[in-house]
Design a protein around this ligand. Structure first.
Ligand code: PD2
Ligand code: ZN
Length: 298
């Protein structure tokens, strides 16, 4: 049996702030109990906020249900076509591997060698230090977690970009307009991306506003633009899977289900590049039409 109790916004925001700063959930529960809250209530409040972080769901409102079944993520029926060969307009791609959870597919020949070269030439003069949203302030900051350089294309910016966007839409079954602008990343020796999920965690105003404008992120397509000499693998630590970048190959993974939950097993990283360089193009896809922030891209 479950009961509903009041959950004051100030208390929720205090828990959110501390979880975002990296304080252990157990320490927050202890502090709440020291402040004369019942232990079951303190645990339930911290669990409710932790669960929103884990599954990318909205923060709890003014009330809280205690004693209900815990949330779990269920994989959605897969939108990517079946079979060893996928026809995307004029283009044919071969399936190398599929994964059930996180739902992922590795594809060969998603981009031609010429498309890879054109993308890197267009991006090279526009590269800047990659930034992320600071989880505490919500501002864009140069991140230790992403030591690459990057840039964004606008939707349909060139005929090549528009052609790739419709190829991606055919693969994923999601409209072109749900895609964020294509991002190109350039890693040099030593550069990496530390473990993260691509869906937005609602712990800061920037992410909350972004979700309100465009919906949650539900899928990521990584397109590898060159072969790497060592390191630079895309790894999924929860399932022990590692993808070695090969020019023209693409990795698509989905992490949003129809109940609005995101899949924590989609945690991933790019391991430090040992030598040479790595180029990758990233397309993040939302549940609705993507509307960028007025001041620029996210
Ligand atoms: O470059 C990668 O392999 C990588 C790994 C993790 C890219 C991203 N995340 C990303 O662009 O989100
Ligand atoms: Zn990522």
């Amino acid at each position: 049996m479950s009961i509903t109790v009041s959950f004051p916004a100030a208390l929720r925001d205090w828990i959110t702030h501390n979880l975002t700063r990296g304080v252990a959930p157990q320490a927050i529960v202890r502090e709440l109990v020291d402040r004369k809250n019942a232990p079951e209530l303190a645990s339930a409040m911290v669990d409710a906020v932790s669960s929103a972080f884990l599954y990318g769901t909205p923060l709890p409102g003014e009330t809280l249900e205690i004693g209900g079944a815990p949330l779990t993520y269920e994989v959605e029926p897969w939108r990517v076509p079946d079979g060893p060969l996928i026809r995307l307009g004029e283009h044919k791609v071969r399936v190398i591997a599929r994964m059930h959870r996180p739902a992922a597919v590795l594809l060969d020949n998603f981009l031609s060698a010429n498309e890879c070269e054109q993308l890197t030439s267009l991006a090279r003069p526009r590269l800047d230090r990659s930034t992320v949203v600071d989880p505490v302030t919500g501002r864009n900051v140069v991140a230790g977690h992403r030591s690459s350089h990057g840039m964004f294309f606008r939707l349909g910016e060139t005929p090549l970009i528009a052609r790739l966007e419709s190829r991606i839409s055919e693969l994923t079954g999601l409209p072109v307009e749900n895609g964020e602008g294509l991002q190109l990343l350039h890693y040099e020796a030593g550069a990496e991306s530390t473990p993260h999920v691509d869906y937005l965690v609602p712990g800061n105003p920037a992410n909350q506003e972004s979700i309100a404008r465009s919906g949650q992120r539900v899928g990521t397509l990584l397109m590898y633009l060159n072969d790497v000499d060592g390191g630079g693998e895309t790894v999924f630590p929860q399932i022990g899977w590692s993808v070695v970048p090969r020019r023209g190959q693409a990795l698509y993974f989905e992490y949003g289900n129809r109940f609005g939950l995101a899949d924590p097993s989609s945690l991933h990283a790019s391991t430090p590049l040992r030598t040479g360089e790595k180029w990758v193009a990233t397309k993040w896809i939302r549940t609705r039409r993507f509307a960028p922030r007025v001041s620029g891209m996210e």
